[in-house]
Structure formats: C-alpha cells, structure tokens
Design a binder for this molecule. Structure first.
Ligand SMILES: C[C@H](O)[C@H](O)[C@@H](O)C(=O)CO
Ligand SMILES: [Mn+2]
Length: 430
C-alpha cells in the first residue's frame, strides 16, 4: 500500500481523466468545486451502537437493532469524539455531525423532558473546534415511556405530554446549535409508534401523532438556525402491521406544516427506492432530509456501499438540481466491524456517489431523452460506468490532504491497535 501516495502518478492519472471527461463535455474542476461544498451529516450513533450516554440507559428499543461484537465501542463521550475525529480526519471535505438526544453530557440523571442546550455545550465547543455543523434528533426510544411501542401517539395523555416536552426541548437544543455554529441545524423527528398486529383503529393514533407534533412545532424558529424534519417508516421490529408515522402520513404532514420530509432508504418496501421519490416530493416541499442507509432484506441499517441505489440517489440530487434543497444524512449501525471504519466506508461511498453524479454530462443525457434517442441515452449511461472516476477521487483525496486508496484502512488499524483495543468493554449487542 505504501506506493499509493505517488503524487506525480495521481496527478498524471487525474489529467488523463480530466481530458476524458472534457471530451464528454464535463468540467472536472467544476464538479470538484461543487463536491467540496456538499456536507454529509455523519451520524454519531454508529460509534456506540445507538447506546448513548444517559445515566440509566436502557437497552436499545424502538424496533431497531444493532448486531455484532467488534472490539472498541466508544464507552464515553470523550472516546466517541476521539473516534469521530479519527473518522473525519480520513474523509475529504467538510461535513456535519448528527447527534441524538441520548448523547448529551448529563452530570446528574436527566430525563428526556429535562434536557437542554447546557447538556450539549461540550458538543458545540467540539464542533466549533472541528469546524463541523451539528444536526440533532430527539430520542423517542430506549426509555420506559416508550416500552409499549407508543410515544407521541400514546393513548395516555401523560406519556404523550412527556414526549411532547422532549420534542420541544430538542428543538431548543437544535436552535442553540444553529445559533452557535451559524449553520442551520436539522432536527429530525422519528417516532417508533406502531402495532405488531392488525390494529382496530388506524385513525386515532395518527390524529394523536399529528396533534402532538403540532404542539411541539407551535413555536416558530428562525430557519437560519433551525429546520424541522419528520421521518416516515413502513415497519419496525414489533410494529410490523402498522406504523403510525407512515410515508403518506408524514408527506401530508410535511407539506401542510412546511416541514422537511426525511426519506430513509431502509424505510420502504424492499423493492421501493427513495431515489425515485426525490423528484416527486421535491415538487411539493422546499427541502428534504435523506437518511442514506442500506437495508438487507429488511431495515437492517447496514453500512452504505457503492450500490446502484446509492448512485441513483446521488444522480437524482444532481440531475434534479436539488443540491441546495436536499440535506444528506447517513443512518447505519454495524457492530460487526470496526466502527470508525464503518463511518469511513459509508461516508466515502456517499461522497464518491455524489462525485460520480457530478461527473455526468447531465444536459447531454437529458437532451438525448428529449430527442427520443433512448439508444444513445443507454449507451452513454453505460459508457459513464467505465470512465476513470477513481483517478478523480484519488486526486480529490490528495488535494484534500487525506489518505489515498486504502491508506485510510492502515490508519484505522493502527488506531484500533493503539486506542480501541484497550477499551475493556465487550459490546452487549447480539
Ligand atoms: C437512530 C435513528 O434515528 C433511527 O435509526 C431512525 O432514523 C430510523 O431510521 C429508525 O428506523
Ligand atoms: Mn433513519
């Protein structure tokens, strides 16, 4: 691996790639400039298997699951920050960190409805120092008030109110992030509410969920500081028959309340893809959030790979000219491999997919389509698959001062040996 960093040959290959793309009418430098300005919101929860750092933290609930027992899970916020710094140091570009409410710095036991910006001041300071923006999520799971599978749509007004207070507190934290870091924080609302078996009443829980959300969102917040998103889902473990916050529910909610819709790649029928939904929902919504994930047979949240669907998601964002209206976030958690490597692999793939999409002669493809020349459209799309994209990626890494090729893996292995291996925990995930 040591001869990978041969600057002269990387530059030579890049020059050749530039010429090849130029022949198709693509300016590689313009693509790289655009890529630099796209932040990917990296989710903190890959680092510790969605456990968080509450005093009495419960087992992971909400119908999501992490499997694997790889060594070195972060056991404290300091360890999580150290792991994140490692991951960010290996990635080209400036990105964001996405936090869940369970990742606050709670000196004393603090229930979810008692959290405030003060519990996240350390994260704000860290983000400022790292020059990353912050996004946020209330945590409506892994809590005794969520153990029967319902939160904001609960029949019990006391429980509903508890979670409404949590939602309001979360928005205040998100707003504090946006104000302090001068970049709007996207606060994403996902609730696990749903029934394992066929419900007798599908309507009432949805009415209760909408009413609770309306209470949470009653206060207008400055969009320069804060944006609300709502995340739909088809099913979870224990909510196989009915999820209150379905796609139709949240699409309607987001449109009628001017919220961002969050499309998670694992939250639909296995043959349904979010790439095909982007251009539809963008007709009715100013902005959306993506949770780029990879479901294997179910919403398994595998590490994002450079799959056809990942490329299609990136293409849709670029082809639709939505770069300033789509917030790209990641959502996966795998405890069977090194967790820092999981972040790097998944985030690199997202960035690579965006780069490939930016290197496409989109106008030409659209023109061929307008002319009805579908033969040339297909030929061109297939030709693009063997263009020297890797040379552009290597150059981007080189000019961003991050490892080239698999150099990053050596660096993670060293980190595992010198840091993660010495963490005594045996992960409690299955
Ligand atoms: C932990 C995340 O917020 C969670 O995964 C949510 O976004 C989701 O996708 C649930 O399936
Ligand atoms: Mn998600």
């Amino acid at each position: 691996m040591s001869n990978l960093r041969d600057t002269a040959s990387i530059e030579k290959a890049f020059q050749h790639a530039k010429d090849r793309y130029a022949a198709l009418g693509v300016d590689v430098n313009v693509a790289l400039k655009a890529l630099e300005s796209i932040p990917v919101s990296v989710h903190c929860w890959q680092g510790d298997d969605v456990q968080g750092f509450e005093h009495d933290s419960e087992k992971l609930g909400g119908g999501i699951a992490v499997t694997g027992n790889y060594i070195g899970k972060a056991r404290s916020i300091d360890e999580l920050r150290s792991d994140l710094e490692k991951a960010f140091s290996l990635l080209p570009g400036k990105h964001r960190l996405n936090l869940h409410a369970i990742y606050g710095e709670f000196i004393a036991p603090t229930d979810r409805n008692e959290i405030g910006p003060e519990h996240f001041q350390g994260w704000i300071d860290w983000a400022r120092q790292q020059q990353v923006g912050l996004d946020f999520n209330p945590s409506f799971f892994s809590h005794e008030n969520a153990n029967d599978g319902f939160t904001l749509s609960h029949t019990d007004a006391g429980i509903r109110n508890f979670w409404v207070e949590h939602g309001i507190a979360s928005r205040q934290i998100g707003e504090a992030f946006g104000a302090a870091l001068e970049t709007p924080c996207v606060t994403n609302f996902w609730v696990p509410d749903g029934f394992k078996d066929t419900p007798a009443d599908r309507r009432a829980p949805r009415e209760r969920l909408a009413a609770s959300l309306d209470e949470i969102f009653a206060q207008e917040l400055d969009p320069q500081r804060h944006l609300d998103a709502v995340e739909c889902k088809l099913f979870g473990i224990g909510s196989e028959s009915y999820v209150v916050g379905s796609h139709e529910f949240y699409l309607g909610y987001a449109i009628s309340r001017n919220k961002l819709l969050c499309l998670d790649a694992g939250h639909f029928h296995p043959t349904e893809v979010i790439s095909d939904k982007i251009s539809s929902v963008m007709m009715y919504l100013p902005e959306i959030l993506l949770h780029v994930s990879r479901g294997v047979r179910w919403d398994s949240d595998h590490v994002v790979t450079y799959s056809d669907e990942l490329q299609a998601i990136a293409q849709e964002i670029v082809r639709g000219n939505y770069l300033d209206r789509v917030h790209v976030g990641l959502d996966f958690f795998d405890a069977s491999i090194n967790r820092v490597a999981a972040w790097v692999i998944g985030t690199q793939n997202m960035i690579k997919a965006l780069l490939t999409a930016l290197l496409e002669p989109t106008q030409q493809l659209k023109q061929l389509e307008i002319e009805g020349d579908y033969t040339s459209r297909l030929a061109m799309m297939e030709e693009l698959k063997s263009m020297p994209f890797g040379a552009v990626w290597d150059y981007y890494c080189l000019s961003s001062g991050v490892p080239i090729g698999l150099e990053w893996l050596e660096s993670v292995k060293q980190y595992e040996n010198s840091v993660q291996k010495h963490r005594s925990n045996i992960s409690e995930t299955v």
